[in-house]
Design a binder for this molecule. Structure first.
Ligand code: NAD
Length: 462
């Protein structure tokens, strides 16, 4: 199915865009809810609201002998399908609203990819780049101690996210295990190192899920110019755990990685073969950034988003493509490896430009899927082969893409399609309810429908 092709450039910003992540997730939810008129009154309100939000504040001894106070959050959005599941991020911009929005996304993601988990998320307000390994370890241990029994192998299970990794997960496991001796605590956290019960393939699972989602979508949707990954030009914002692996995996399938970036800026390869990814990795390890790699042109993160490419993969922070820059995006397809990189107003602009977006709850669900496989292996004291993990992951991602594309087509045939001759002001786009349905809305309809069905099957208690 093709979105209309128009040349839309929006620079007007007369009305400030609401970038509050929790408001954005509500807006996305409302766009989906209008396609579910038959839902029992009140059910939607219940599904939107996080079940529990914890705010903790704790002291940590720093290397210079000072004591610093840190604030952390853990939000459990919903446990309808099973234990809460969601990463923990360390970043100076973490807020309770951001964590609530990310926990909400996790609920939809788990329902869509069909793993028996609910949604949760956590974060600590800190600047990991300025912290030593010892400081990070003390912050992690104290944060987990503060969360106490609000996390657990069958209640709420953390995982890695922005600026946390397998080492952080090992500290979380160790802290929880010391507090709960005498039982198998491995399933309390996923994304652990392999020798502590981590799963083969978890480190690459989020990026691999992006690859599978893109391949399957291209196969089903038959978007002109996107027949196969071979020779497609790909730009990736963020060169961390997800972005750097996505670069390797897309390149392995024949794509050309023309640009990547990190928090210091980006690099663009003018050479027709794209970037030498091993050289990028080496340079990043030595210099802490990709910027400055010889034989590349330095660009800004803003330039990267606007680069002439076939596939754009945002793999860093939220709210990167907004009303003020969406009009400049030139990719044909965006694969949301990051959570929440595109605002609702930007979604409308991208749609009107004919750019398809594989939404975060589908594109990056590979991470939580293999986290689920890790949890199953931990509960059964098993260790699966990498081949088994990747095969199972591909089946889940393909099934979810099939369900979303099917719903997308059905909803668009039920709804009045967009008027391609419309002169509507793109700053005041037609509400989704009145016309087109994008992939994000279709994905949410699939996820919310599963959750409403389950809520009613379980029954409202008492
Ligand atoms: P990471 O910390 O390993 O990497 C983040 C990357 O983003 C780094 O390269 C960093 O330099 C870059 N970055 C930071 N600020 C930036 C900025 N202002 N502009 C451009 N780049 C910037 O984190 P990650 O685990 O790769 O997560 C990346 C995204 O993927 C996040 O949105 C996260 O929520 C999402 N995600 C991660 C997983 C997972 O399994 N790790 C799963 C699902 C979704």
């Amino acid at each position: 199915m093709e979105a209309p092709q128009t040349d839309v450039v929006s620079e007007t910003n007369d009305q400030a865009e609401d970038l509050d992540p929790f408001h954005i997730s509500h807006q996305q939810f409302e766009r989906a809810a209008v396609h579910m008129h038959d839902l029992r009154s009140g059910l939607i309100d219940f599904l939107k609201s996080p079940k529990r939000s914890l705010c903790v504040c704790f002291p940590v001894e720093m290397d210079d002998d000072s004591v610093q106070t840190f604030h952390g959050y853990r939000v459990l959005h919903n446990r309808l399908l099973g234990a809460g599941k969601g990463g923990i991020r360390y970043h100076p911009d973490v807020t309770l609203d951001e964590v609530r929005s990310l926990a909400t996304l996790m609920t939809w993601k788990c329902a869509l990819i069909d793993v028996p988990f609910g949604g949760a998320k956590g974060g600590v307000v800190c600047d990991p780049k300025s912290l030593s390994t010892g400081e990070l370890r003390r912050i992690t241990r104290r944060f987990i101690t503060e969360l106490g029994d609000n996390i657990g192998p069958h209640t709420d299970i953390p995982a890695p996210d922005l600026y946390t990794n397998a080492q952080t997960m090992a500290w979380i496991y160790d802290t929880y295990d010391i507090m709960h001796p005498g039982r198998n605590n491995r399933p309390v956290v996923t994304g652990k190192p392999i020798d502590l019960g981590g799963s083969a393939g978890r480190d690459k699972a989020t990026a691999r899920g992006c690859l599978y989602a893109a391949e399957r979508f291209m196969e089903l949707a038959k978007v002109p110019g996107l027949a196969s990954l071979k020779g497609l030009r790909v730009a990736i914002q963020g060169f961390g755990e997800v972005g750097s692996v996505a670069a390797d995996l897309f390149q392995d399938e024949g794509a050309i990685i023309i640009a990547v970036s990190d928090s210091s800026g980006g690099i663009f390869s003018e050479n027709g073969n794209g970037l030498d990814l091993e050289a990028v990795q080496r340079y990043k390890q030595e210099h802490g950034t990709v910027v400055g790699l010889p034989e590349t042109r330095t660009i800004t993160n803003e330039d990267l988003l606007q680069i002439d490419c076939d596939i754009l993969i945002p793999a860093a922070l939220g709210n990167q493509i907004r009303k003020d820059n969406a009009g400049h995006v030139k990719a044909k397809l965006i694969v949301e490896a990051a959570n929440g990189p595109i605002t609702p107003a930007a979604d409308d602009i991208l749609y009107q430009k004919g750019i398809h977006v594989i939404p975060d709850i589908l594109a990056n669900a590979g991470g939580v899927t293999v986290s689920y496989y890790e949890w199953v292996q931990n509960n059964e004291n098993q260790q699966w082969d990498l081949g088994d993990v990747n095969r199972k992951l591909q089946i889940k991602v393909y099934r979810a893409v099939d369900a979303v594309v099917d719903r997308w087509r059905t909803l668009n045939s039920e709804n009045k399609g967009p008027d391609e001759t419309s002169t509507d002001d793109i700053d005041h786009p037609v509400p989704h309810a009145d016309g087109y349905v994008d992939l994000r809305t279709a994905a949410l309809v699939v996820a919310i429908r599963r959750l409403t069905d389950i809520t009613l099957e379980r029954g409202i208690w008492p």
